[in-house]
Design a protein around this ligand. Structure first.
Ligand code: KIV
Ligand code: NA
Length: 264
């Protein structure tokens, strides 16, 4: 088996095949996710919350993400490895972003994810034209929780929807080859997915996306605290973690997850 690439994911979108993504932070879970057919693994800065116990993603460092990326890469063979660029590691300048992205690529990532739309397009162009594939992340961007005034649905009014579409298009034009849409209404997710050639990966963004992602600890129901509306407990009724992950992959592939109850 060779690793999936962003080219494979774009072919899946064109063929109408749904893309199953999970966050992952260590080699053991990476191996289970690989065996279950997960297409891409994201070393998310959500590790600040589910592994480190912080109440936001803001304290996570490049060294944290690199450590977990190396473990996930060692534990898996087929899934595309996407490393999150943490808060403060890319916003300053394209040069700063490249330096930190290079550390994550050296740790085993094949792609980095950055939160932001049009304002980060210059950085995306800088990275993608120098060999670093980029996944953009728009809608609810948790690193901006203080600016957004909390974790809330985005793109609800006309102005917000127009801005989100422009952000997604700007990122695609700048060279992003994947985009995460977080916590946006179903109609907007459908519209953005239809307008873009690159795949959209939804979290709280309905089944209209090209694929789905969830935080591993949320879908296994092992993260403490209140869950977002879009989370489903895939461990329920399953005999093992392996079976729960396989159930998630099957539900994404056959379009049964997310259901209306998980959407805005
Ligand atoms: O950090 C993370 O886990 C993420 C995904 C939920 C998209 O950014
Ligand atoms: Na993240």
């Amino acid at each position: 088996t060779r690793r999936m690439t962003h080219v494979d994911l774009t072919k899946m979108k064109a063929a109408g095949d749904k893309i199953a993504v999970l966050t992952c932070y260590d080699a053991s879970f990476a191996s289970l996710c690989d065996a279950a057919g997960v297409d891409a693994l994201l070393i998310g800065d959500s590790l600040g919350m589910v592994l480190q116990g912080h109440d936001s993603t803001l304290p996570v460092t490049v060294a944290d993400i690199a450590y977990h990326t190396a473990a996930v890469a060692r534990g898996s063979r087929r899934p595309l490895i996407i490393a999150d660029m943490p808060f403060g590691s890319f916003q300053e300048s394209p040069q700063q972003a490249f330096r930190n992205a290079a550390a994550l690529m050296a740790a085993g990532a094949q792609m980095v994810k950055i939160e932001g739309g049009a304002e980060m397009a210059e950085t995306t162009h800088f990275l993608t034209s120098r060999g670093v594939p980029v996944c953009a992340h728009v809608g609810l961007t948790p690193q901006s929780v203080h600016q957004l005034g909390g974790y809330r649905v985005q793109g609800k009014d006309d102005a917000g929807a127009t801005r989100l579409k422009a952000d997604a298009l700007a990122q695609q034009s700048a060279g992003a080859t994947l985009i995460v849409l977080e916590a946006i209404p179903e109609a907007l997710a459908a519209d953005v997915t239809a307008q873009l050639a690159i795949p959209t990966i939804g979290i709280g963004a309905s089944k209209e996306c090209s694929g789905q992602v969830l935080v591993l600890h949320d879908m296994l129901d092992i993260a403490p605290g209140r869950k977002a509306r879009f989370v489903k407990n895939f461990m329920a009724g399953q005999p093992s973690v392996a079976a729960a992950i396989a159930a998630y992959v099957a539900a994404v592939k056959d379009g049964s997850f997310p259901a209306a109850e998980h959407c805005y």
